[in-house]
Design a protein around this ligand. Structure first.
Ligand code: SF4
Length: 244
């Protein structure tokens, strides 16, 4: 089995502890209007022309063996806390096809993180979870109706998966992107706070939406919605509110 991957980023410093290799899987069940990786929304190879007129492609199939070779190239840099982070798109949709990779890396003592929305069937998560050391769970909207309307997702799936992870003592970090026009409401922040109380993640990261992915929409000829970043002051206030 092979997985469709848009990018492999070596020496990443912002996708988990230590120095990591980040792998971006294609395909995602959600449609966050501010998504900065639109090339990963569907599991299809994308062709585009860059600003210099060069024909380029996003997407290549990799086997577990090929990925293992790439990940292990940098094992001397991972030290005690670095490793690999599976991101996307929604990496859990394809990781179930790469169990030999997950097993081998676990045996080799390489830390494995996922960045996920958890908007997947529980079987997809359960197959992969025993090999994962840390779950970065994107938590954008915490009310059922808005989760469906704004993200095209099913919050029940997310909650079911959190219920599954909690008794298994999984290490979870919630990541909360603040998008003023989409999720900065008292109702949503209260609902997120309730989830923090219930699931007691190891940490909670709050950050503003950014527009670094805008050029990709141009390449893909997709409509880009320009969401204004939140001020540092607002982010600090939200952190304070959630901490209480
Ligand atoms: S979950 Fe992530 S990859 Fe999927 S649409 Fe939302 S921001 Fe984009």
């Amino acid at each position: 089995m092979k997985a469709l991957i848009s990018n492999i980023q070596r020496f990443s410093l912002h996708d988990g502890p230590g120095i990591r290799t980040t792998i971006f899987f294609m395909g995602c069940p959600l449609r966050c209007p501010w998504c900065c990786n639109p090339e990963n929304l569907t599991a299809e190879i994308k062709h585009y022309v860059d600003e210099f007129g060069n024909q380029k492609t996003w997407g290549e199939y990799y086997s577990a063996e090929q990925l293992k070779e790439i990940i292990l190239k940098d094992k001397d840099f991972y030290l005690s806390d670095g490793g690999v982070t599976y991101s996307g798109g929604e990496c859990l949709l394809q990781l179930k096809n790469l169990i030999p990779l997950l097993k081998d890396l676990k045996s080799a003592g390489i830390s494995q993180c996922v960045e996920t929305s958890l908007n997947v069937n529980n079987e997809d998560l359960a197959t992969v979870a025993p090999y994962i050391d840390l779950f970065y769970v994107d938590l954008k909207i915490a009310t059922l109706k808005e989760f469906k309307e704004k993200l095209n997702g099913d919050l029940q799936l997310v909650l079911k998966n959190l219920d599954y992870l909690k008794p298994n003592n999984a290490k979870i970090i919630f990541r909360i992107p603040i998008v003023s026009q989409m999720n900065y409401t008292k109702q949503n922040l209260m609902a997120i706070k309730d989830l923090i109380k219930k699931y007691c993640p190891k940490d909670v990261e709050v950050f503003s939406v950014h527009n670094l992915g805008a050029y990709k929409y141009q390449y893909l000829k997709m409509e880009y919605k320009d969401f204004k970043p939140s001020s540092e002051h607002r982010i600090a206030l939200i952190k304070e509110f959630l901490k209480k």
